[in-house]
Write a protein that binds this ligand. Structure first.
Ligand code: PHE
Length: 467
């Protein structure tokens, strides 16, 4: 199947871009807290098991499907399956729209913090909790910051796979690693920081239960950018001589490594500065700024500014991949030019993100709480959480479940093996082949089916297996 589709110039280019997609906000604000809170080293072991049993095989499946069909997710299912299976591709394209709509809002918050810490006087605030509340509760500045972030993302994607996505990843990933390592070295020299390392990693097996394991599995999946065809799309741009299994292994290790390192930065910093651990947005937007402020005006600006630059860089390589999924759909299937696709898709996603932007206090109706009008799972919720629940917590495991079933029982593992062995001649007959075939046919569908059902029940029907 020869097409004029241009792709990554080298395997390194693909690995950098795919690792860039995987390393994102999830690695920085979710993984460290989840680990520390759910049994440290014990949680990490479970997480590694999830990565190995479901993350890696699904990633190999997605990349192979993409390379075989040279298509966006919709086209990939259509070419190897039929119109009904292509709906799974449509679900992936829809996830690209919806996940990017709120992810870009959060990236915009981080972008604003980067500017306000580096060039403004944010660190002089007296109460960072109150500051963050009013920051996300207005719309003027946020509109501008998110628009700027979307524009940067669109600019990169507009330049194409090689000149845009690949070049950006090749610059941004080393920058990310350098900032992260620099900050870790600084954090570990602060007195008291090693207690944070101990708190982060000390294994406590008594904390493990079904809920914790479920969230480790769900997070592993999100963190590797699986379930919506981001890697089908990137896989469609790689060469036949590339070794898919080893590329997927490198991406998996890189993502897990960065998540691990983010914890080696955050927990030592919090312990050295005597701050309480917190989760999600308040961890990086409320707790850490306190630490930066205590470092004094100059060091605080440098360390705090670098930290938010790190968050922006991590988010940017992910927003690029989220945007590329719907863009590739319109380019392949609707024959739009790349320029038109990027402009239209980015603009529409930005608009879909506006209610999320307004849902953190600006619009009481959209913000959950007493005046909230969005009600599901037994309580009112804000709009951003609704979109995240529906499209990342529920739809990604569903997409992964359907992808595994599709590869195993419709496309067939023999075809998967054929595709993989093109860049890996010793693959057929290897233990790795047996492992991937069993994982994708049985382990992944069962586990992803479980995550899908339990997240659906828990998020939307207020039912939990643990209570
Ligand atoms: N993996 C990214 C993160 O951890 C998020 C993401 C999900 C990106 C799905 C692309 C596709 O933040």
């Amino acid at each position: 199947m020869s097409t004029t589709r241009t792709g990554f110039s080298s395997r390194l280019g693909f690995v950098a871009a795919a690792a860039g997609s995987a390393v994102g906000l999830g690695n920085i604000w979710k993984f460290p807290y989840e680990t520390a809170d759910n049994g440290g080293g014990a949680f990490f072991l479970i997480y590694l098991l999830c990565i190995f049993l479901i993350g890696f095989p699904v990633m190999v499946g997605e990349i192979s499907l993409g390379r075989h069909t040279r298509s966006n997710p919709y086209g990939a299912y259509l070419k190897t399956g039929n119109k009904n299976w292509a709906l799974v591709g449509i679900l992936g394209v829809a996830c690209g729209f919806m996940i990017l709509s709120f992810y870009n809002v959060i990236a915009g918050w981080a972008f604003g913090y980067f500017l306000k810490i580096s060039f403004g006087d944010l660190l002089n605030e007296a109460d960072f909790g109150a500051f963050f509340g009013s920051y996300v509760g207005q719309i003027g500045e946020l509109f501008f910051f998110s628009l700027a972030f979307m524009a940067i993302t669109a600019f990169v994607v507009m330049r194409g796979v090689q000149k845009g996505i690949e070049s950006a990843a090749k610059i941004l990933m080393p920058v990310l690693l350098a900032i992260l390592l620099g900050l870790i070295i600084y954090a570990l020299t602060l007195p008291g920081s090693w207690e944070g390392v101990e708190y982060y990693l000390k294994p406590d097996f008594s904390k493990l239960n079904l809920d914790v394991i479920n969230s480790a599995m769900g997070h592993a999946f999100f963190s590797l950018s699986l379930g919506m065809g981001a890697l089908i799309t990137y896989g469609s741009y790689i060469g036949k001589q590339d070794n898919i299994t080893s590329s997927a292994a490198i991406v998996t290790v890189a993502d897990t490594g960065v998540a691990f390192l983010a914890g080696m930065l955050l927990l030592p910093l919090m312990f050295a500065m005597d701050l309480e651990a917190a989760q999600g947005p308040s961890l990086i937007f409320v707790v850490l700024p306190k630490a930066f402020a205590e470092m004094g005006p100059i060091v605080g600006k440098v360390v705090g500014g670098s930290f938010f630059l790190l968050v922006c860089v991590a988010a940017l390589t992910s927003t690029i991949s989220l945007l590329e999924v719907p863009v590739s759909y319109f380019v392949d299937e609707r024959k739009w030019s790349r320029g038109k696709s990027v402009s239209v898709v980015a603009a529409v996603i930005f608009l879909i993100g506006i209610p999320s932007m307004m849902s953190q206090g600006f619009s009481p109706a959209l913000s959950g709480g007493e005046e909230g009008i969005i009600n599901y799972g037994g309580k009112t919720q804000d709009f951003l959480t609704l979109v995240a629940d529906a499209f990342s917590e529920v739809s990604l495991p569903l997409g992964g479940l359907l992808m595994s079933l599709f590869v195993a029982f419709r496309w067939k593992t023999a075809n998967l093996s054929d595709e993989i062995s093109k860049g890996n001649p010793s693959y057929k007959g290897s233990t790795l082949e047996k492992f991937i075939n069993i994982a994708i046919s049985y382990v992944c569908p069962i586990i992803l089916g479980f995550i899908f059902i339990s997240n659906l029940l828990e998020k939307f029907f207020g039912f939990s297996f643990m209570h």
